[in-house]
Design a binder for this molecule. Structure first.
Ligand SMILES: NC(=O)c1ccc[n+]([C@@H]2O[C@H](COP(=O)([O-])OP(=O)(O)OC[C@H]3O[C@@H](n4cnc5c(N)ncnc54)[C@H](OP(=O)(O)O)[C@@H]3O)[C@@H](O)[C@H]2O)c1
Length: 310
């Protein structure tokens, strides 16, 4: 496994990370423990969860799975989503963040969170209040680093500028939706992160499994898979045309389209870790090897040609 620095921070994260939004929903505690343990065994240290996944169960199951091996993991979680009824149980206010960090620490059964991410921008709370709260949590040792998710480029820019002018901890990473099939962030956010050293943690890197190659045009989706329940608009001729091009490109170089999905993202050095969810041990093992393909600039250009305009 290769490790990269998370943005400009000193934290080393595995280039392949583990997404956990299946935990507590499709996977129970025992299945979660198997996946987490296999991930650690193959050198994955980056584990990304959120207070809201499985209404807290994802964090709880991860906490159980990491018992006695907490130090092997870089544990990332998130705050912002609505956790309860009531005006103060969502968003990025001082009150909500402090209540939720305590709840996450309890569920994760740990005394520190490595990366605490603002899940969503909150236009009702002054950014200064949020950043000062995160800075306090760093000082208290409850979180080691702070990051963001679902921020636009101007959100990330305003956060960087405000943190610098206040002299408080800056957001070292951002977690946007980003894959070969969804490149909107390349217009503004990605160049911002490259220029200012903010680590990118792409989510939906496999486009919910579409980029694994297990879905084929005019064939039933394999039973029990995520897109079998709902294709999320992916099963169109246009998408399958792109997928066919990517499969042909990868296979001509003795790789799979899944290898390409990870390696194409990691060809961008601002991408610190690609966090893919997994529902089976075999998926974790396959994904852990997928970053071994070091794409050349010419190969990246050729792939971008297949993808077309973003
Ligand atoms: N910040 C945010 O707002 C946000 C939003 C969404 C997700 N996330 C984070 O990002 C992580 C990654 O996103 P994601 O897991 O939803 O999407 P994803 O990585 O694009 O897709 C994951 C799905 O692909 C399938 N898969 C994974 N590896 C495979 C393999 N080797 N072979 C075949 N199928 C494989 C599995 O689905 P099946 O087995 O079910 O087919 C798995 O559930 C999440 O777990 C979560 O931690 C963050």
């Amino acid at each position: 496994m290769e490790y990269r620095q998370l943005g400009n921070s000193g934290l080393q994260v595995s280039t392949i990370g583990l997404g956990t939004n299946n935990f507590g929903m499709r996977l129970d505690a025992a299945q979660t423990a198997l996946i987490v343990n296999h991930a650690l065994d193959v050198g994955i240290n980056m584990i990304d969860t959120a207070n809201s996944y499985g209404k807290g169960l994802s964090e709880e199951y991860i906490g159980k799975a990491l018992k006695g091996k907490r130090d092997q993991a870089v544990l990332a979680t998130k705050v912002s989503s609505r956790m309860n009824e009531g005006p103060n149980n969502a968003g990025n206010s001082r009150r909500h963040i402090i209540a939720e960090v305590e709840a996450s620490l309890r569920r994760l059964d740990t005394d520190y969170i490595d990366l605490y991410q603002i899940h969503w921008w909150d236009s009702n709370t002054p950014l200064e209040e949020t950043l000062r709260t995160l800075d306090d949590l760093v000082s208290q040792g409850k979180i080691r680093y702070a990051g963001s998710s679902n921020f636009s480029a101007w959100h990330a820019c305003e956060a960087a500028w405000t943190a610098q002018s206040l002299g408080v901890t800056s957001l070292v990473s951002t977690q946007p939706r980003y894959s070969m099939m969804d490149r909107v962030v390349e217009n503004e956010l990605v160049p911002f992160c490259q220029k200012y050293g903010v680590g990118i943690l792409p989510y939906y890197p496999l486009e919910n499994g579409f980029l694994t190659g297990k879905y084929r045009r005019n064939e039933d989706a394999p039973a029990g898979t995520r897109l079998a329940a709902n294709d999320r608009g992916m099963f169109t001729d246009k998408n399958f045309d792109v997928l066919d091009g990517l499969i042909a490109f990868a296979e001509a170089r003795d790789h799979t389209v899944l290898d390409l999905a990870f390696s194409w993202l990691l060809a961008n050095k601002a991408v610190s870790s690609v966090i893919a969810g997994a529902t089976k041990i075999e998926q974790v093992i396959t994904n852990s090897k997928a970053a071994a393909w070091d794409l050349t600039t010419e190969e990246v250009d050729e792939v971008n040609g297949i993808l077309g305009a973003n």
